[in-house]
Design a protein around this ligand. Structure first.
Ligand code: FES
Length: 325
């Protein structure tokens, strides 16, 4: 059945209504959605590693990596895994959303960009292959040296094997029921300069990559997570003040209230999506004060610079923060 449902009226201002133009099963529990402007025409440009927000007609917002052809300006493609333990976003996409429906789309945004390098080693786990598919295409286009290690539970659950097959030996497909756990140390080899490591997948894979890549040069490894990193308690247990430099207002943020909500209650709307510190939507400039970074996006150097923060989860170490809002 095909239904047409508008994006929710409360959708943020940068959300466009796009039409589902394709829905195809790509592996057990994995499908791709194609999205296009209802009247056709160009969509906003994107680069490998980018994601979009799907603002679903049932009110849920979910982030999905773009996995189509970045040189096709009229279509976005995302891969969606049915998550049995999810909160209903992927089940809605699998069971309800149909070709012809309208769906809200925010972004694209890229927190996982492919930086220039001579050589790349890509490691994907399960649906973590989605941002890496455009990356290997880009690396191939640029003539870079690259290899991909792709793990999954079973071969039948691993999407895009058909698209990766033409790359031959550059791609190592390693279903766990045939090969066991991924041999990350063997794949990465000895640390060497000029090689960038990119990994996307479930938390245990990312943790294993961080361990195995510990001897590599700083910032050689870039990762993208499905879930926020575990964080301990906030540094402060007392309220702090946030001055909004452009608005000229100061708000008090109490324990248990996010900076995002405190700022919103003061009438200053900041776009947000995941509210877990993983999508990047709520990034806000820091003009003064010391943030207590609690996101899963910034690396150590970016945290130390202290000039930006994700206000859905991050808080303050100092009595006062001044934000560029
Ligand atoms: S809303 Fe996603 S990082 Fe803050």
């Amino acid at each position: 059945m095909t239904t047409t449902a508008p994006a929710p009226a409360s959708a943020p201002a940068d959300v466009a209504a796009l039409r589902v133009t394709g829905k195809d099963v790509r592996a057990d529990g994995v499908l791709t959605l194609d999205l296009a402007a209802p009247a056709g025409g160009r969509l906003r440009d994107w680069t490998p590693g980018a994601h979009i927000d799907l603002v679903l007609p049932n009110g849920l917002t979910r982030q999905y990596s773009l996995c189509g052809d970045r040189w096709d300006p009229t279509t976005y493609r995302v891969g969606v895994l049915r998550e049995a333990a999810g909160r209903g976003g992927s089940a809605f996409v699998h069971d309800e959303l149909a070709v012809g429906d309208l769906v809200g789309v925010g972004g694209p945004r890229n927190n996982f960009p492919l930086v220039p390098a001579d050589s790349y080693l890509f490691v994907a786990g399960g649906i973590g292959i989605t941002p890496l598919v455009p990356m290997v295409r880009q690396a191939e286009l640029l003539g870079a040296d690259w290899r991909l290690l792709y793990g999954g539970r079973r071969r039948s659950s691993m999407a895009f094997l058909d698209e990766l097959a033409p790359y031959g030996d550059r791609v190592e497909v390693r279903p766990e029921d045939e090969f066991g756990l991924l041999d990350l140390a063997g794949f990465l080899g000895t640390p060497r300069p000029g090689v960038r490591l990119y990994s996307c997948g479930p938390a245990p894979l990312i943790a294993a990559m961080e361990t195995v890549a510990a001897g590599w040069p700083p910032y050689a490894l870039r990762t993208e997570r499905f879930l926020a990193e575990e964080r301990g308690a906030p540094v402060r247990t007392t309220p702090f003040e946030v001055e909004l430099a452009r608005t000229g207002r100061t708000v008090t943020v109490s324990p248990g209230v996010s900076v995002l909500d405190a700022v919103g209650d003061a009438g200053v709307e900041v776009l947000s999506s995941c509210r877990q510190g993983i999508c990047g939507t709520c990034e806000s400039g820091v003009l003064a004060g010391e943030p207590d970074h609690r996101d899963s996006l910034l690396d150590d150097a970016e945290r130390a610079a202290g000039d930006t923060m994700y206000i859905c989860v991050s808080r303050s170490k100092s009595d006062r923060l001044v934000l560029d809002l």
